[in-house]
Ligand binder design. Structure first.
Ligand SMILES: Nc1ncnc2c1ncn2[C@@H]1O[C@H](COP(=O)(O)OP(=O)(O)OP(=O)(O)O)[C@@H](O)[C@H]1O
Ligand SMILES: [Mg+2]
Length: 323
């Protein structure tokens, strides 16, 4: 496989809260290779955002981060705030569900993108503005020259997300982390934004981590998937294998809850995600799992090879034969 851009090993994030320590991420391993788009999928609260906010150095002081996050050979856990500021935007950038949170309401769009460029590169104001207009064009904003002089409130939600993508890729980062980038948009706009991200990935060779709770979205654009549950990766597989031969009962549940042609009733997974202040012993999915046995309560299952995939289910091999 091609070069590794990001290597996460045994990443753990614990928040200090008034109710006690909350273990949001409990030892995940994850790799991202140059130029690929890889997915991180899971229900609300599974630790998707916190994992990557930790990698970006964007968590509040109440978070303790342990383990290793290596970006292009450099360790980021424990890096100085100055180092992290230079990494962000230049080597790795992140976009979120709400594009307004990333934009300054009182500055013109072109000026905001120029500022991003000039923060990391020596460039005249004029050259930066001209590059900003090019970037707006790359992300599919019509009349980019005129639009560069407008303010965020003059853009629709989808157009704002395009602007945020333009800002995120301004300094040609190696890695773009897209955290639910389409969740707040309507369906047709969602597809357009995914296309923009794919175009950027192809044109600039940017690796992309797509964080989503929607396996349907993943199926269209990613090759590899990491399924997260309760702060752990419970399945890691090629997308085709996820659909044809899921190895973890939780992944099977996610698949069953996907809308299907001709089926008008969704099958949500029984029960609720665990309270991360008091996660269940052993496998965290155990209380919701129809296959759970006593053994599942005693130890936290590690990811293991099961056929072509990796699964953190103790009974994966057995259940694959007789699903
Ligand atoms: N600043 C914080 N302080 C305390 N707990 C937090 C903080 N941020 C997140 N958490 C907790 O960490 C856990 C993981 O949250 P995270 O935001 O990573 O979930 P997620 O998988 O991104 O979910 P969603 O799909 O809703 O975005 C949750 O239990 C959440 O309540
Ligand atoms: Mg999130």
């Amino acid at each position: 496989m091609s070069d590794k851009v990001l290597e996460i090993r045994d990443l753990r994030v614990t928040f200090t809260t008034p109710m006690g320590p909350l273990a949001a991420v409990r030892g995940i391993d994850l790799d991202v290779y140059s130029g690929e788009m890889v997915a991180v999928v899971g229900e609300s609260g599974s630790g998707k955002s916190v994992s990557f906010l930790a990698a970006m150095g964007l968590l509040p002081k109440s978070a303790t981060v342990e383990g290793s996050v290596i970006l292009q050979g450099e360790q980021l856990v424990g890096a100085t705030p100055k180092k992290m500021r230079s990494v962000r935007g230049q080597l790795m950038s992140m976009i979120f569900q709400d594009p307004l949170s990333a934009l300054n309401p009182v500055h013109q769009i072109g000026a905001q993108i120029s500022e991003m460029l000039r923060a990391h590169q020596t460039m005249s104001k004029k050259a930066a503005l001209s590059r900003a207009v090019d970037l707006l064009e790359i992300v599919g904003i019509p009349q980019p020259g005129d639009r560069a002089r407008q303010y965020p409130h003059e853009f629709s939600g989808g157009m704002r997300q395009r602007v945020v993508i333009a800002m995120a890729i301004a300094n040609s980062p190696k890695l773009l982390i897209a955290d639910e980038p389409t969740t707040a948009l309507d369906v047709t706009v969602q597809a357009q934004i995914l296309e923009v991200i794919q175009r950027v990935q192809a044109q600039f060779g940017t690796a992309v981590v797509l964080i989503t709770h929607d396996l349907g979205v993943v199926a269209r654009v990613c090759e590899r998937v990491n399924v997260m549950y309760a702060g752990r990766v419970v399945e890691h597989a090629q997308i085709t294998n996820v659909f044809e031969q899921p190895t973890h009962p939780y992944t099977r549940g996610l698949l069953a809850s996907l809308p299907q042609a001709g089926v008008d009733r969704l099958m949500p997974i029984n029960g609720f995600p665990p309270n991360m202040l008091k996660p269940p012993s052993g496998c965290a999915f155990r209380p919701r799992c129809e296959h759970a046995t006593e053994a599942c309560a005693t130890s936290v299952p590690e990811l293991q090879l099961v056929g072509p995939s990796k699964s953190a289910c103790l009974r994966a091999s057995e259940l694959m034969v007789k699903p």
